[in-house]
Each structure stands twice: as C-alpha cells, then as structure tokens.
Design a protein around this ligand. Structure first.
Ligand SMILES: *Cc1c(COP(=O)(O)O)cnc(C)c1O
Length: 397
C-alpha cells in the first residue's frame, strides 16, 4: 500500500516549485506564487481519479471524516452507524462533532453487515459510514438501499481503498460523501493530508468553507472575506499537496504493482484448502492494497501470525489483538477516557459499549489475517514470501 516506498524525482520537483516561490499556504498570496497552486491542482487530479464533481483537500483523513459529516449537517446527538473493524479515526471524527458512534458487526466482507446496520437504526440515526477496509468494500448495493429507504446519508471512508471500485465507480464516489487519507502509510501520500469528495454542490461549498474558518473564499482579498457560518482550520499546506500531486500521477503504476504482488500471494495461498478469502461483493474490484484471508479458527490464526513474525513475514496483521483497528482493545472509548468533559448525550449514547458483545465480528476478525502489499518488493521476493507463507500455514493447521 504505501506510496512512500517509491519517492522520486517527481515528488522532489513539485516540492521544489513550492519552496522556490516560498508560498506554503494554499490560499492567497497570488502575486508571489509564480503560478503554483498545488492544492488546487491536486484537487483537479483527484476529481479525475475519483470521478467526482467536487474535491476538498484537508489536513488528514480524520479531518476529512469530520468535515464530511459537518458539511452534511451531522452534529450533536446524531447517531452515525459504523463498523467494529476500522481505524480509531472513525469514532474520533464522529465524536468531535458531538455525534454518537454506533458500532455494529461486520460480515465476511470485513466491513458493515447490512442486517446489523438495519437493526441499529433509530430515530436519531443520521448517517451510515461504511469503512472500505484493507482495499475492499462492503455490500454497497444493500447499504445504499437501506440509506434510501430510511433517508440516511451514506458516507464512505475509503482511506484504505484508494483505487478500488464497485460496478465501475471508484470507491469513495458511491455514497453522498467520500473520505480519503493521504497520511504516510496510505497508497498515495502527502505526508499528512486528506480529502472529501462529493457530487453535491452544497456539501462541497460547506466543506470548503468549514475547513478554513468558515471563509467564503470570494474575491482575492482574504482579509475582506465574510464568514457565512462557523468553521475550523483543517487546511492542507502547499508542501503536502505538492507531494500528493506527484503521487497521484503515479497511482495507476502503484495499483499495477499492488495487483501483481497480491495475485502471486493469493494464487499460492489458494492451494491450501483450509484458507478462504474475504468476500468481494459482485461488481467490486479491490485496490489490492492488502490480501485478507481466513484461517479455520482463532488459535490457528494466532499461531500463524506468531510464526509469520518469527520468520520475517512482516506487515501481516491479526487484528483481533490489535489496539488500533478493532473494538476489543478500545478500552479508552468504552471507558470514555477524555481529557475534557464529554456531553451527557454522548455519554449516554455510548453506554451500550459497556455490555454489548460483537460475536459475529469476533468470528471474522479472530480468524482473519491481513497482509499489506508492498510496492517495493521484487517479483522474486514476492514469490519467496509466498512459499514461506504457505509452508508456515500448512505447518500450523
Ligand atoms: C488512515 C485512516 C484514517 C485516518 O487518516 P489520517 O490521515 O491518518 O487521519 C481514517 N480511516 C481509515 C480507515 C484509515 O485507514
């Protein structure tokens, strides 16, 4: 997945343009910038890559989720349905707005189980956030239908699925709003950065203003701009956007390498009867950023994970015991360990986490191993890795 593995002259050239003009900010200073508008150029490139009318760059993927929800009017006391398997950013971004994350089970797609989503809807539900984890997607048709029936927003966190698609549409462009991260370990990186994409003009204008203190961005005198509503600062800098601009041009190359490496590993593992793979919904194509597979039970998965580590098979994760990606280890959320007081609404809204169990999620995450697909591997290295992985799995079952 990580684009940082392949930095080169293109990245250096874009960054030097910015350093030469000295304008590190994306807005204003028109006379000094020698025609360099890296953030705007990157937004245009992303519109093409994600086939989306509007793109708003922001400072991170976490910011992208908060800005997307805020742009669509989600806030205090609203419930947002999200999966148990994701990155901590998902609930952080929701809670930042005073909204309540409602965690529900996943299925063998490794993202939202549509039935669990349907069962979690209450009069307070405003949005469903599908997290396209590890390069693939949820049952988008079913989730879209639920949103249509209940008049809910569909938000896609596609941070880990840059370049994947569903029925020909890029992941992120299917819901009302899509969110991307360009942090250091994502498929394309800015160092830090993120984007909100949407075809909705109003959501876009809201995102544009909200991510820059509510500035209306009318005219070319920043000091004279008005503030139609309150905002924050979630701006990206020109330095970060410059790196992203070089990286987005290399996305097709990155995706080809991912697919080649993924396919070698998958073909090798397919020969083991006991290994099964996550479900890819019909019409879906992965980004090939990860290879996810299931082993027969939790104990075997733990053993394989340990053996991988002991034998130099790096970048493979058994998320069941992981602090960052799965509900089991999120005690700071369950116990509401906040530096500052949290609203009564959110406190009450999260009480369910004290008692709720997620057996279906445990069933899938307990048996799942997720291997990052690196861009820097040579074909021979991937083949050697595949042989070793097969040997370790066969010795563990
Ligand atoms: C990386 C990631 C984010 C957050 O992105 P940052 O840019 O690191 O804030 C959000 N959701 C998912 C699924 C991610 O993988």
């Amino acid at each position: 997945m990580p684009g940082f593995e392949l930095f080169g002259d293109l990245e250096r050239k874009e960054v030097h343009n910015v350093l030469d003009s000295g304008v590190l900010m994306r807005y204003g200073f028109d006379g000094m910038r020698n025609g360099h508008w890296k953030s705007k150029e990157l937004e245009t490139e992303l519109q093409k890559a994600f086939q989306s009318k509007h793109v708003q760059l922001v400072s991170s993927g976490t910011a992208a989720v908060s800005v997307a929800l805020a742009a669509a009017g989600v806030g205090a006391g609203d419930e947002v349905i999200m999966p148990t398997f994701t990155f901590v950013a998902s609930f952080e971004a929701i809670m930042m707005l005073g909204a309540i994350p409602v965690l529900v089970d996943i299925d063998d797609t490794l993202t939202l189980n549509p039935e669990a989503v349907e069962n979690a809807i209450t009069p307070k539900t405003k949005a469903i956030m599908v997290v396209q984890m590890c390069g693939s997607m949820g049952h988008m048709g079913a989730l879209q239908a639920i949103c249509n029936n209940h008049k809910l927003l569909l938000v896609e966190d596609a941070c880990q699925a840059i370049g994947g698609s569903y029925k020909g549409k890029p992941l992120g462009s299917i819901g009302d709003l899509g969110c991307f991260s360009f942090d250091f370990v994502k498929t394309i990186t800015c160092g830090e950065g993120g984007a909100v994409i949407t075809n909705n003009q109003e959501f876009y204008t809201n995102a544009d203003h909200y991510s820059d203190h509510g500035h209306d961005h009318n005219g070319n005198d920043r000091g004279a701009e008005t503030h139609p509503f309150l905002g924050y600062n979630f701006r990206i800098s020109e330095l970060h956007a410059a790196v992203g601009l070089a990286q987005v041009k290399r996305l097709p190359e990155f995706l080809d390498i991912q697919k080649r490496n993924y396919t070698i590993l998958r073909n090798a593992l397919s020969q083991i009867l006991e290994v099964t793979f996550r479900t890819i919904p019909e019409g879906g194509e992965e980004s090939y950023a990860f290879l996810n597979f299931f082993l027969p039970d939790l104990e075997i998965a733990r053993q394989v994970s340990d053996e991988f580590k002991a034998n130099g098979i790096d970048a493979c994760f058994h998320y069941f015991d992981n602090n960052w990606h799965y509900i089991r280890k999120w005690d700071h959320l369950k116990d509401l360990k906040s530096l500052f007081p949290i609203s009564t609404e959110v406190k009450q809204g999260l009480e369910y986490l004290q008692t709720k169990t997620f057996q279906k999620s445990d069933h899938y995450i307990g048996r799942n191993i997720s291997c990052l697909i690196k861009l820097s591997w040579t074909e021979d290295e991937v083949k050697a890795r595949a042989l070793k992985m097969v040997e370790i799995i066969q010795n563990s079952i």
